[in-house]
Each structure stands twice: as structure tokens, then as C-alpha cells.
Ligand binder design. Structure first.
Ligand SMILES: O=C(O)/C=C/C(=O)CC(=O)C(=O)O
Ligand SMILES: [Mg+2]
Length: 218
């Protein structure tokens, strides 16, 4: 695989590994305890969505939430990757939305069931264009923002992450081997809220990238 192909990594069919509750202010807004180790879940590659196509609210949900997140694109495979060399495995970044059927997630949590229906549905992972690694020299200190219909809902810095990107790469790769083209979603800052059919979501990494998606129902 060449670096050129990696700019369309979402077509490779690789894993999407998501980290939850990685910002204390978001954990608190959903009344969760601050985690002492990363909370992980997965999305399938069919969750990817590129600009130009709408986010589809799952028919079984009436409370779809946005979560803006920094995505880390893996460029070099590995398992048990030491924290010290973790950044050598990063090819670049994307801005991501971890679209979440919050009502279904609450139901799953109360029944002790996995979050698959809430997190892994088609179009649940809108992504920006690929951002080469050198465009973000310090991914631990960028501002993520998200607006719905031009109203600011989320605005936070990756400096607020509980577990850093090197920590996450080390932790995840001890459990799940990382491959070229995998994507790690690093969690969302506070301000998650509901979206409706016809809403427009705009999000950005300050000074680096912006993206927009509309919301639709089938
Ligand atoms: O535990 C909850 O109620 C919700 C957790 C999440 O949805 C976690 C995330 O996806 C996140 O923090 O980004
Ligand atoms: Mg999330």
C-alpha cells in the first residue's frame, strides 16, 4: 500500500476503534464517572461517510447526537506498540463525528447490552479529508468545534483528553493489533446534543479543516 492510497483510507475496509469518556467534561455531562482506563468500542467500515452525502438517522432512534472528535489514522501496523514510538505509527488525522443514537445507548446501558445499535449504524462516522501528519505538529493541543445550523454546540481542546494519543496507541495495540488504514476516534469534548432531519452540522479543527453534513431520515 502506498502513502497516496492512504489519503482514501476509508475505502480500505479497516477497523474503526473508538475511545469513549476521554474528556472529563463530557463524562460529567452524561453523569459518568471519570474513567481510570480507556473505554473502547468499535464501528464497522460501513459507518464511514464523506461530505456530499447525508447522515441518516436510524429509524429506531428519536435522539441522534453529534460528537466531534479527532481521528488518528494509522500508517504503520503494530502490536504492543510502546508509548515512546507510538507516534511513528501515525500517518495523519481526520476530523470525525461519532454519531450516537443516545436514546438507544441509554437503553443498552440500562440493560447491560453492547452499544452496537447506538454507535455502529451506517453513516455513523462522517469524516473530513485526510490531514497529513505534518499539518498537525501537536495533535494534543488543537481546538475542535461543531455548530448545528450555525449555533456553536461543541468547542474544546484535545489538551483536555484524559488519555493522550501515544497512551491510547499503546493501550489499544496491546489488545487489538493496529493495521495501516485503521482509524482511532479519540473521544469527544462536552456539548453533545440532538440533531433533527434537515439540520446542518458544520465542524472543524481550528485553522486546519472544516466539513459539513446534512441530517436526513429515510
Ligand atoms: O457512557 C455514556 O453514556 C456515553 C459514552 C459515549 O458515548 C462515549 C463516547 O463516544 C465519547 O466520549 O466520545
Ligand atoms: Mg464518541
Amino acid at each position: 500500500m502506498t502513502a497516496r492510497n492512504l489519503t482514501r483510507f476509508w475505502e480500505w475496509g479497516r477497523k474503526i476503534i473508538c475511545v469513549g469518556r476521554n474528556y472529563a467534561d463530557h463524562a460529567k455531562e452524561l453523569k459518568n464517572a471519570i474513567p481510570t482506563e480507556p473505554v473502547l468500542f468499535l464501528k464497522p467500515p460501513s459507518a464511514y461517510l464523506k461530505e456530499g452525502s447525508p447522515i441518516i438517522v436510524p429509524a429506531y432512534s428519536s435522539n441522534l447526537h453529534h460528537e466531534v472528535e479527532l481521528g488518528v489514522v494509522i500508517g504503520k501496523s503494530g502490536r504492543g506498540i510502546p508509548r515512546e514510538s507510538a507516534m511513528d505509527h501515525v500517518a495523519g488525522y481526520v476530523l470525525c463525528l461519532d454519531m450516537t443514537a443516545r436514546d438507544i445507548q441509554e437503553e443498552c446501558k440500562s440493560k447491560g447490552l453492547p452499544w452496537t445499535l447506538a454507535k455502529a449504524f451506517n453513516t455513523s462516522c462522517p469524516v473530513s479529508e485526510f490531514i497529513p501528519k505534518d499539518k498537525i505538529p501537536d495533535p494534543g493541543n488543537v481546538t475542535l468545534w461543531l455548530k448545528v445550523n450555525d449555533q456553536m454546540r461543541q468547542n474544546g481542546s484535545t489538551s483536555q483528553m484524559i488519555f493522550s494519543i501515544p497512551y491510547l496507541i499503546n493501550y489499544i495495540s496491546d489488545i487489538i493489533s493496529l493495521e495501516e488504514g485503521d482509524l482511532i476516534l479519540t473521544g469527544t469534548p462536552k456539548g453533545v446534543s440532538g440533531v433533527q432531519e434537515h439540520d446542518e452540522i458544520t465542524a472543524g479543527i481550528e485553522g486546519i479543516v472544516t466539513m459539513s453534513f446534512t441530517v436526513d431520515r429515510l
